[in-house]
Ligand binder design. Sequence first.
Ligand SMILES: [Zn+2]
Ligand SMILES: [Zn+2]
Length: 267
Amino acid sequence: MRRQDNSDSVQPERLAWLGGFVSAVAEQGLNWLLPPRCLGCGEDVARAGALCSTCWQQINFVAPPHCVCCGRPFEFAADPDSRCGPCLADPPPFSRARTVMQYDDASRGMLLAFKHGDRTDAADGFARWLGRAGAELLTGPGEPLLVPVPLHRWRLFARRYNQSALLALALARQSGLTAVPDLLVRRRSTPSQGGLSRSGRARNVAGAFTIRPRHRSTVTGRRIVLVDDVLTTGATVRECTRVLLHAGAIQVDVLTLARVVKAVVPE
Ligand SMILES: [Zn+2]
Ligand SMILES: [Zn+2]
């Protein structure tokens, strides 16, 4: 019995140590096979999921002060509960949107490589950033479900993967939250949003999303964090939010890697 007690108290530590050792060896082995590359420029870096110092300095990470609702950065100091003009004029259906960085010349290449290229290895590094930028959405009362913005199946077929689902799954692994990658369905293939005006984008996505029937009860009474790579006008996440709230979600927040930003003065 005593032996049993000893082994019980020692084993978890040993296992943890062994686990750490095995994963360190595995990581080293993987590094040897596939040296970690900067998420931005592809130069060799010391650690997977990192940026080289040059790329790091160029990225415009979004930090407070920002709009308490949409997360748009303010140029000047503001109260933590300040809202920007657009959110006051036309409140979005989601509660809060948070983002890691601005979508600009410095981040565009990295985001396109993740979307269209084969830098799926970036998902874990990006998810760590999402975890930090979205900490207030991911914690707090009512454990949220992580739901990626879906691609239409034709586009999914062409690209082979949905970058937003990769982000949601990596974030779920790191945070212990649950991701439901197929909860939302894009029921028609919407033309690309590029080049469309704000109202054009809203019309383009109206009625484009629905909830997969077997997940209808999953949504009821739940808090949801929508995950996407880039937020542009927000037409897509607004439409997804409306669908989720209509199905009984109690709150929807939005977490993206990047967003198009025109800095505004707080009102
Ligand atoms: Zn770099
Ligand atoms: Zn705002």
